[in-house]
Design a protein around this ligand. Structure first.
Ligand SMILES: Nc1ncnc2c1ncn2[C@@H]1O[C@H](COP(=O)(O)OP(=O)(O)OP(=O)(O)O)[C@@H](O)[C@H]1O
Ligand SMILES: [Mg+2]
Length: 239
């Protein structure tokens, strides 16, 4: 069973969007999928509740007394989480996953929050030991936008590891995120296709073939990463 978690302390970054689309993608492929909603807001379970019977089944579960009871042995366990996780509760969440996707939106405020969150994640033992693998996903990207110097200063003050110093003038969101020690694996557009899928309880790949074609292509690198060894724990590999 592959355990994939969507996590970012920042609210509204696209966690539930990623969780529901990923669950629907694997279900659409014919895999057995459990979607665990660890958020009391229950957006993912809400999405599932409007999903019609004509679509491949996804089993929704929630925390009971702090525990997740996973029925059977699904191929994929996709976990949606609540905003605001840090400290011990963050470490407890990380333990549940092989791979964590962190959706990040391109506004300076979101990037600043993401920088802090990545910092918090990198100090979790499992992440630093690569027992849980983390990747960033740029979400709701409209165009390449120059990043503000204040964000870079903030990164410096947090002592977040940089690969390179990129000139601020030329710095795009992608380049900014690539400075983190964790990979940026996909850039997803801000698109009405996600809202339209969300309203129907389906994912992008379950929309009409002609709908959201560009958006579907943008998922390829994310799916490739999740299928690669880079997304698996170094010690236990899988299972
Ligand atoms: N790429 C996108 N294009 C268009 N709309 C999007 C995209 N990603 C997310 N949204 C919309 O943005 C809103 C917030 O997304 P979502 O609910 O997935 O965030 P979240 O991180 O789960 O929020 P919360 O922290 O409240 O749980 C939703 O209305 C969602 O449909
Ligand atoms: Mg959510």
């Amino acid at each position: 069973m592959r355990r994939i978690m969507i996590l970012n302390a920042k609210g509204g970054s696209g966690k539930s969007m990623l969780a529901t689309n990923l669950a629907s993608y694997y279900a659409w492929l014919g895999k057995s999928v459990v979607l665990a909603d660890l958020d009391p807001q229950q957006s993912s379970l809400g999405w599932l509740s409007v999903r019609g019977d004509q679509y491949p089944r996804i089993l929704g579960i929630e925390l009971k007394d702090g525990r997740l009871r996973i029925p059977g042995k699904p191929d994929y366990l996709i976990m949606d989480t609540a905003a605001g996780s840090f400290g011990q509760s963050l470490a407890n969440l990380v333990r549940r996953a092989h791979s964590i996707l962190v959706p990040v939106q391109p506004s300076p405020t979101d990037l600043r929050a993401a920088a802090r969150f990545v910092h918090d994640l990198l100090v979790v033992g499992r992440v630093s030991r690569k027992q849980t693998r983390v990747a960033l996903v740029a979400n709701r990207v409209r165009q390449n936008s120059d990043m503000m110097g204040s964000v870079q200063k903030l990164l410096n003050s947090l002592m977040i590891p940089f690969k390179t110093q990129v000139s601020q003038n030329e710095q795009t969101m992608e380049e900014f995120l690539q400075m983190f020690k964790i990979p940026l694996i996909a850039t997803l557009s801000d698109s009405i296709a996600y809202q339209s899928a969300d309203a129907k309880g389906v994912g992008l790949f379950e929309l009409e073939e002609a709908e959201g074609i560009k958006e579907k292509w943008q998922w390829q690198s994310l799916i490739d990463w999740l299928a690669s060894r880079k997304s698996l724990p170094v010690a236990s590999k899988n299972k």
